[in-house]
Design a protein around this ligand. Sequence first.
Ligand SMILES: [Zn+2]
Length: 339
Amino acid sequence: MVEEVYRNIYRIGVVLPGNPLRKLNSYFIRGEQSDLLIDTGFRRPACQEALEAGLQELGSDPARRDVLITHLHSDHSGMADLFAGPDRRIYMSDVDMGILKRFQLQKDPQVLHQRFIDEGFPLDLLKEIHRTNPAITEKMPEADPRLYAINDGDKIQAGSYTLETLLVPGHTPGNTMFYIRKEQIMFTGDHILFDITPNITHWRGLSDSLGDYLDQLRRVRDLPVKLALPGHRKPGNYRERIDSLLEHHKKRLSNALTIVQDNPGMTAYEIAGIMRWKIRAADWSSFPVIQKWFAVGECLSHLDYLKERGYVKYEIVDGVKKYYSTKMYPIADISGILR
Ligand SMILES: [Zn+2]
């Protein structure tokens, strides 16, 4: 279960039962004075047992353990407080820490999910998601005094390695990667995954999270990376993967725009029901509720991108947004979107 991926850097596979991501990759860097654990898993017994077993196999002493969180999603941050030493730090980007704290204060599902309500997502389904979504039910319980805010460019020492913080908003507004420049190693978190596509959704307060994400893919593309260590699944070729992710979103944008212009006046909930998804479900009505929520979020990030650049617009009819293309676009025109 524990694998040494580089000198003094280990990967611990933390099971995520029932989740299509299957496992979280938690990384452990052994140092002289202290150790660093990167990402933890959902706050639930199966994850805790897996991570504890891995750390025990490595002979890790909890008292000398710092924890580093790549982003606020609870499959990464959920157990940070349980695994950091009592006098150690929990590093997390300033931006994601702010969201985590605001989320803890704001409990009203109506407020939290307003955007989805505006986009035609049925309220009863949203309430069900709020009760069962592990992002909500299995996260860190409250702000922890060991939380330590980091920003773009900040350096963290872990053993003989210096990790450089790269703030790469998109997957979350304060999403981070960590770069060991000297060894050309990148901890990609969920910014770059190799055999699945990172989920890019709408975030409250951000107008264009997909645009941010694509900008950040391009910003880090040319860094020399010989070992890319992702948050889930297997490593792969860093630059090739960035290129294929850019291409993937170009196709998704084209798919979304085509649907909007062929079906004027649909809600995002309805548009998501027509977009193509890699999921084993007969049709939109038989999607598991949580997968519908991910699909609509992903659809929204693409609609926001198209709206920001003037390709689509919406009108509010009976309290929900209905989308239209701003003119009839020939498919060839769409190829220019990502430039
Ligand atoms: Zn994530």
